[in-house]
Design a protein around this ligand. Sequence first.
Ligand code: HEC
Length: 137
Amino acid sequence: MRTMIALASMVLFGCVGLAQANDVEEGAKLYTEKLCLTCHGEHGNKPIMPIYPKLGGQNADYAVAQMKDIKTGARNNGLSATMKAIVAATTDEELTKIAKYLEVQVEAPAADTAAAAATDAAATDATATDAAATATQ
Ligand code: HEC
């Protein structure tokens, strides 16, 4: 009996995992088909305008809530109008799939940012050493 339950839950969880993977895959397709790509850029991480939001890595529930608010007009600032027609032409189910795809598009830090952080760390070390030297004098 225990084996049966274990097997049943394995199958069940396997299916849930698969369904989510499918959502991400479909979301990726929809992201291009619905033209989200044209404004938010590749993987949601390269918006065409600096003031357009980056979407990669954003929590899916949050993103869906924002898109629904833009759709209904609850969120309405100077930029929302740009998005409105697009979300109006996309079902909530499709928006959820796209959001699931975007959630896992985490941007790797740019090489120069990592290098700058390393330089900063070195500079902080130097300052600490200076401070220690001053303290001993
Ligand atoms: C014509 C350009 C354009 C297109 C196409 C577009 N967006 Fe946007 N999107 C924007 C702008 C501009 C904002 C900021 C709106 C605001 O501040 O209310 C935004 C906001 C968002 C937000 C809210 C981000 C946040 O941090 O709150 C999400 C999520 C989003 N877009 C997803 C999408 C998806 C998914 C699609 C495709 C179905 C899409 N967008 C298509 C321009 C666009």
